[in-house]
Ligand binder design. Structure first.
Ligand code: NAP
Length: 559
């Protein structure tokens, strides 16, 4: 399938800014092969010039289409007649410079025909768009199967009529010009994707992209006044088309409406984890001192099977944190290949040992040992990782119990930085028993009081759209840099749980998260860094859970 993106009428500098900010992420996320944008209003809100076109091409646009305002700027005339990546309306006099249709290669080499037409109803005079479309398709027929038509017209009826006229002959007929996106997208029976109007890209706190105060005054006084592009409530309207390159038939058409904010306060505030983690470890150290004074040396058994290199690093960090606060960390390392019942027996004997207060099973276990059976062998009152079904059940029921370290660390981090939670909407991406599911339970508990939505691989809807509804967005999907700026509501707080090692060029590697920090930090108000965000909090919460297990034994209280 060929993915084509059509960006609706770009209005002035604000529209160009939106395209520059959002297009790289969109191209990557939707695996876009060709980007077409209507650029006739991209210079100051009217017309297309060398500078406005150059900015759009630099942002990643491949082809520009026009309309009735294309030649509003005299300084653009010479440029427009030479620019090979511009398609102007086809139904104009023969003498008009430029081309009314042309073929462009998509990234995979598929030739794509682009046609631009003007409507005639309530518009300036032009030749018949229907007959001009016939001629354009005739001219393209031996060159390409995929053809996209931009019909720049005022009335819905004329655009719908053209959609039916070209059904089965063009891959897509997309309307432009009114600047208001319609919701009538469909694939017509002959395989032509259709939408009456794609909308606009620019400031929506406006009258169709223009400063609303000026527009209102013009209506109220009927006096001439210069329009200026609006700068508030910036959004991109676009259309994503999936087209079969062999038949030229459209498989789907999807409308996109993506908000973007330049972030007047600059880049997102970094919610670093090391400082709150040190505070947690400091408080734990005091409690360990009291326990030791009472004759109890808190001890944590770290059980691992096999020699997974990532696990070795995590175990080292956990041991170091235990040493720092005075917890006795005891490594119980079993060879790869140890069967489940042997591991279960070992965990049970640790469970029966009164000198051990907490048991942590480092995942993943080398085969054939099965994690579920081993985790269930941990007695719930020593389950400092909170992965036992009894711990999960207690959390779900809202009664005291061990909460897994990563969700607990995330809550502690948010509280440390005074992020408002009660009554806010959190979208948690990921539903693992380690992060997503317990975090959803924790954040919806009485006292935290967030409204929670959980997204996962089977959500069956546009996750980016879901994520954009979040005041707080938590990414825990285990996909490097999958969450980009267009997933984030301007001003939202973003927690990045993922941790990945990726190539950094020159044979080097770097650590990154599930969030693409460079783009997201331009939209979010705050973001946890990777590394140095959730990671240190997870380790700190593990030692906090362990001291709690030991205190419970001392005081004979429930955890
Ligand atoms: P996991 O067990 O692999 O779970 C991933 C979750 O994400 C699953 O619920 C999965 O959905 C969902 N998912 C996967 N691909 C998706 C997609 N394309 N769109 C939407 N949802 C998708 O991972 P995890 O243990 O929760 O860990 C998540 C990430 O956090 C990993 O990178 C891990 O290394 C990291 N992590 C970091 C810390 C820390 O302390 N910093 C702690 C724990 C984990 P399904 O359920 O439908 O498969």
């Amino acid at each position: 399938m060929l993915n084509l993106l059509f960006i609706a009428d770009v209005i002035g500098a604000p529209g160009r800014d939106v395209v520059r900010a959002l297009l790289p992420d969109l191209r990557r996320r939707y695996d876009v092969s060709l980007v077409v944008a209507n650029g006739e209003n991209s210079a100051g809100g009217f017309g297309l010039t060398h500078d406005s076109a150059t900015a759009l091409f630099a942002a990643g646009v491949d082809v520009l289409t026009g309309g009735n305002h294309l030649w509003d700027r005299k300084e653009g005339f010479a440029y427009l007649s030479q620019e090979p990546r511009l398609v102007r309306p086809a139904n104009l006099p023969l003498e008009t410079p430029g081309r009314g249709f042309a073929v462009f290669p998509a990234r995979d080499g598929t030739p794509v025909g682009i046609v631009n037409l003007l409507g005639r109803v309530f518009m300036k005079e032009a030749d018949c768009p229907f007959r001009a479309a016939d001629q354009a398709l005739q001219g393209l027929k031996d060159q390409c199967r995929v053809v996209l038509v931009d019909i720049h017209a005022e009335t819905t009826a004329e655009k719908i009529a053209l959609g039916w006229y070209l059904d089965g002959r063009a891959s897509a007929v997309i309307g432009t010009h009114t600047h208001v996106q319609t919701a009538d997208e469909c694939v017509l029976p002959g395989g032509t994707a259709f939408l009456s109007d794609a909308g606009m890209t620019g400031g929506f706190d406006s009258v169709i992209g223009m400063d609303r105060h000026v527009a209102l005054r013009r209506f109220l006084t009927l006096l001439p006044e210069r329009f200026t592009p609006a700068t508030g409530d910036l959004r991109m309207n676009a259309i994503l088309l999936r087209i079969d390159p062999r038949s030229g038939r459209a498989a789907s058409i999807q409308r996109l409406q993506i908000p973007w904010e330049a972030g007047p306060a600059g880049p997102a505030r970094l919610l670093a984890g090391e400082e709150p983690a040190a505070a947690v470890r400091g408080a734990v150290r005091e409690r360990v001192r009291d326990l030791r004074a009472g004759g109890i040396v808190p001890a944590l058994a770290l059980v691992s099977v096999g020699d997974d290199p990532a696990s070795a690093i995590y175990l080292k960090k956990k041991s170091a944190a235990c040493a720092e606060v005075g917890i006795d960390a005891r490594h119980v390392t079993l060879a790869a290949g140890t069967d489940t019942s042997t591991v279960v027996d070992r965990v049970r004997s640790l469970g029966a040992d009164p000198a051990i207060h907490g048991i942590l099973v480092q995942l993943p276990l080398a085969a054939p040992a099965e994690a579920a059976a081993v985790l269930e062998a941990v007695p719930p009152d020593k389950d400092v990782d909170g992965f036992h079904p009894v711990s999960a059940g207690r959390l779900a029921a809202g009664v005291p119990g061990f909460v897994p370290a990563t969700p607990r660390g995330i809550l502690e981090l948010l509280r440390y930085y005074h992020v408002p939670l009660a009554g806010r909407h959190v979208v948690v991406l990921g539903r693992s028993n380690i992060v997503g599911r317990p975090l959803a339970n924790l954040l919806s508990m009485r006292g935290v009081d967030m409204t929670v939505t959980v997204g996962h691989s089977q959500s069956g809807l546009d996750l980016a759209e879901l994520a954009r509804q979040a005041d707080l967005l938590v990414a825990a999907i285990g996909r490097a840099e999958a969450v980009t700026a267009d997933w984030v509501k301007p001003g939202a707080v973003v927690v990045d749980v993922g941790i990945h090692r990726v190539a950094a060029g020159g044979g080097k590697q770097r650590l990154t998260g599930d969030v693409e920090a460079a783009s997201v930090s331009r939209v979010a108000s705050a973001l946890t860094p990777v590394p140095g965000g959730v990671g240190p909090m997870t380790v700190a919460m593990l030692v906090a859970n362990t001291v709690r297990a030991a205190e419970r034994l001392l005081a004979r209280v429930k955890v």
